[in-house]
Design a protein around this ligand. Structure first.
Ligand SMILES: *Cc1c(COP(=O)(O)O)cnc(C)c1O
Length: 262
């Protein structure tokens, strides 16, 4: 290989100048998409009267190759997310020299905890006590720094509605948050949601994220350092920022539409 976009980069190295033509085209495309997303975030922050620095963009790289993750790092992206351990583990391994924070945002089986704690800095999808125990044991065995944890809230479980989204019912959030906060090796960082497709809030991301904001504030009242509110994707990041999201998780608007299998 004549160049290695996976680093490490000696100080002052010009990332873009080392790219092949194909890499350069993808780099430019990702850069243009990022510009659009950055503008949307800045506009949403301005509309909400919030400083731009209050919102972190997490680029969801699921289904896309490790090379895209490296190009994103070259474009200044600092935070990436994945939702399947099978794909994420090798990708993170390949990108280990890049200055990236890794977020895990997918449904997580307890038997995958051991693998996920090897590369994830934060898990946004903590949704049951058994997973808390598995993650804590895995962190202990890996002898790694504390794992950031967010409670995933299923807003469609609100009035005993169907279980269409992963996560815990709003009524159970405080109990799970307390368990995380009390567990060595884990750090309670906040709450996460995906706007519901079913139930009374379906199709109304603004109301969904307003409900999440209430839940986030109840969690913060008991755990003042749990300040993260992870909400908003390509289609609804404006509503999330208006409702106080601190982290938006954007996939397709940066990388393109995923294949149906993704
Ligand atoms: C895929 C995914 C996203 C990004 O969704 P886009 O619509 O592609 O922006 C955000 N959050 C979670 C949990 C995801 O699985």
């Amino acid at each position: 290989m004549t160049n290695d976009i996976f680093g490490p980069f000696p100080g002052g190295a010009d990332f873009a100048a080392a790219l092949t033509d194909a890499q350069r085209a993808r780099f430019d495309q990702l850069g243009a998409n990022l510009d659009v997303v950055e503008r949307r975030i800045a506009d949403a922050c301005a509309a909400a009267g919030r400083p731009r620095e209050e919102v972190t963009l997490i680029v969801v790289t699921k289904t896309y190759p490790a090379e895209d993750t490296a190009l994103l790092a070259g474009l200044g992206v600092t935070d990436v997310a994945e939702n399947r351990d099978q794909d994420a583990a090798p990708k993170a391994e390949r990108c280990v020299n890049l200055p990236l924070t890794w977020h895990f945002v997918g449904q997580l089986q307890t038997n995958k905890a051991r693998s996920v704690v090897r590369y994830a800095d934060l898990v946004h999808s903590v949704d049951r006590e058994r997973l808390v125990d598995s993650l804590a044991a895995a962190v202990h065995n890996a002898e790694r720094p504390p794992l950031g944890c967010l409670v995933q809230v299923a807003l469609d479980k609100e009035a005993g509605e169907g279980e269409h989204r992963a996560g815990v019912a709003p009524a159970d959030v405080l109990a799970l948050a307390a368990k995380i906060a009390d567990t060595p090796g884990l750090r309670l960082d906040g709450v996460m949601t995906v706007a519901p497709l079913a139930g009374p809030l379906a199709g109304d991301p603004a109301r969904s994220f307003a409900r999440l904001a209430e839940i986030a504030s109840a969690v913060r009242a008991e755990h003042p350092t749990a300040t993260m509110v992870s909400a908003g994707m390509s289609g609804d990041l404006e509503q999330a920022i208006a409702a106080g999201a601190t982290h938006v998780r954007v996939g397709t608007a940066v990388l393109g539409v995923r294949s149906p299998l993704g």
